[in-house]
Design a binder for this molecule. Structure first.
Ligand code: AMP
Ligand code: MG
Length: 346
């Protein structure tokens, strides 16, 4: 299949948007810019189109998809009911990087939810994403537009790298501003529960809802036989080809640990001010506690490590507050939970 690449800079480019909408309505797959990461979109109400997403990504058949809408009214037909907690979250954070899980309506095909009786819905804030949904005239199911297991794409060229020849169209709407996938919260249990942290923080959710539980899988590793609340959280994920390790401890101890690795094959992801402490190539993720900047840079840095042929990526471990909880959640999976505590090992 030939993959078309279409730059759309403004919602006023109506001919291009109509073309992309036609591709989606006909059951095609389209790389879609959003504020979080690039999505791989298909008509959420077309079972055959949704199945193509799983094939293009090599996505496990038990990992459900998020349904994207352009206006709040479009939510009503997709779910059985919108409780007051859900309405309050949508009011506070939509459009934006928050996905809300509720019991599903019958119109949602099993292919979207992988047989679950709940559905994940989000209204993105990226103007081109919303214009694309409107042009398609249907809700769009869209996971991240990477090959399954690889770092998520934050530029249209990342999508081209992974999906060239596998999908009909890539819409280039510029670089993603959040840089990590949406926060996922479920309202299907007794209490709201955070399943995946993202650009809307746990603190933000608690401001609106009061109590919010945090799923064990957010920072913990599930046992092989444990059933996850969010199927996507069980897989090794977001990982470059290089071996990734998270490193805790001071700059000096990190630098001492890094000397165990070959300089020419190792990339260090550190914080501002640490760049010159290492003999290897370094990329700063931003100021030490600036989680929003860490999120913007992390997936690009992991992809660049592979493009540069690195064999090892050592990453200074971020904190657990604000958007850093999302960064840490992704990095633990990219590292397959390998964390080195230099205060103990050196
Ligand atoms: P992504 O492909 O990165 O957008 O992943 C979507 C995430 O949402 C995955 O972690 C899924 O497991 C999760 N998800 C989607 N639908 C549901 C659902 N109905 N219940 C629980 N988790 C869901
Ligand atoms: Mg993904």
């Amino acid at each position: 299949m030939k993959t078309e690449f279409l730059k759309i800079e403004s919602v006023r480019e109506t001919d291009k948007l109509r073309h992309a909408g036609d591709v989606l309505r006909r059951g095609g797959l389209c790389g879609m810019p959003t504020e979080t990461v690039y999505g791989l979109a298909a008509n959420a109400l077309d079972e055959a189109a949704v199945r193509k997403i799983f094939a293009a990504k090599g996505r496990p058949q038990d990992n459900p998809l998020i349904v994207h809408i352009s206006r709040i009214e479009e939510w009503t037909p997709l779910v059985r009911d919108i409780p007051s907690d859900a309405a309050a979250l949508a009011e506070a954070f939509w459009p934006g990087p928050l996905t809300i899980i509720l019991p599903k309506a019958d119109c949602i095909p099993d292919a979207v939810t992988c047989g679950l009786d709940t559905v994940a819905v989000r209204m993105p804030s990226h103007p081109i994403a919303r214009a694309l949904i409107r042009a398609a005239g249907v809700p769009l199911a869209a996971p991240s537009a990477n090959l399954s297991g690889k770092p998520s794409p934050t530029t249209a060229l990342h999508v081209l790298h992974d999906m060239d020849g596998r999908i009909d169209l890539i819409v280039d709407g510029g670089d993603c501003t959040v840089g990590v996938e949406s926060t996922v919260v479920t309202l299907c249990g007794a209490k709201p529960r955070l399943l995946r942290p993202g650009g809307i923080t746990l603190e933000d959710l608690r401001d609106v809802l009061g109590e919010v539980d945090v799923d064990k899988a957010v920072l913990g590793e599930l046992d092989a036989n444990e059933k996850p609340s969010s199927p996507g959280m069980k897989y090794k994920h977001y990982a470059p080809d290089a071996d990734v390790k998270l490193v805790r401890g001071s700059t000096e101890r990190f630098a001492a640990y890094a000397r165990r690795y070959r300089q020419d094959e190792t990339l260090i992801l550190c914080f501002d001010g640490e760049e010159n402490a290492f003999g290897c190539r370094t990329v700063s993720l931003g100021a030490p506690t600036d989680g929003r900047t860490h999120a913007q840079r992390i997936f690009r840095a992991l992809r660049d490590a592979d493009a540069d042929g690195c064999r090892t990526v050592l990453i200074h471990c971020p904190g657990e507050t604000g958007v850093d909880l999302a960064v840490l959640n992704r990095l633990l999976r990219a590292a397959a939970f390998q964390v080195v505590n230099t205060e103990e090992t050196l």
